[in-house]
Design a binder for this molecule. Structure first.
Ligand code: ZN
Length: 186
């Protein structure tokens, strides 16, 4: 089932999300729905707060970036209760977008390499290191579970220029080719 994506301005996107247990109701179905929603909107990652749930869960499938990085072939993961425990390497810029913030893409500077602790869909504890675009996608989604959006990380001047656009998005004055839920739409 495709879920509506909550837009910029929704308070659920600003919460520090809660950890979940293996008994979280209908978890498998939720994960399936999140992948379905992400693919339908052509995203490479989707975090639970974006579908209205303030829990530490996100999914990624970075295989569309395979052309840029062959390591990303079939790179599809579920991250539960994830915490980035180390970030290292040079910062590099990459133009990011977000399904909750349609029509805006901005350069964001992030560390090249991360180490993350998480549980997979079977609640097996993992610790892994990622770099490049895989790290980038994970950093963006992990931020969602801490209530952080990529527009918080761009330079303040660029951010000011986006004020009106962001306000319009929260009111539903934006075109997206997927289903969205707007906090301030009348
Ligand atoms: Zn996002």
């Amino acid at each position: 089932m495709i879920l509506p994506i909550h837009a910029y301005g929704d308070s659920v996107l600003r919460k520090e999300a809660d950890e979940i247990s293996a008994e979280y109701p209908n978890l498998k179905e939720l994960i399936d729905n999140m992948f379905e929603t992400m693919y339908a909107s052509h995203g490479v990652g989707l975090a639970a707060p974006q579908v209205g749930l303030p829990i530490r869960l996100f999914v990624v499938d970075a295989s569309p970036f395979e052309e840029d990085d062959p390591n990303l072939k079939g790179f599809k993961r579920v991250f539960i209760n994830a915490y980035i425990v180390d970030e290292e390497g040079d910062e590099w810029e990459f133009e990011e977008g977000c399904l909750s913030i349609p029509g805006i893409r901005e350069k964001v500077s992030r560390n090249e390499k991360i180490t993350i602790e998480y549980m997979d869909e079977n609640f097996e504890l993992k610790e892994e290191t990622f770099d490049g675009l895989a790290a980038r996608v994970i950093q963006h989604e992990h931020d969602h579970t801490d209530g952080i959006l990529f527009v918080d990380l761009i330079n303040p001047f660029r951010r000011r220029l986006l004020t009106k656009k962001l306000s319009d998005i929260s009111k539903g004055k934006v075109d997206a080719d997927y289903r969205m839920k707007f906090p301030k739409k009348r």
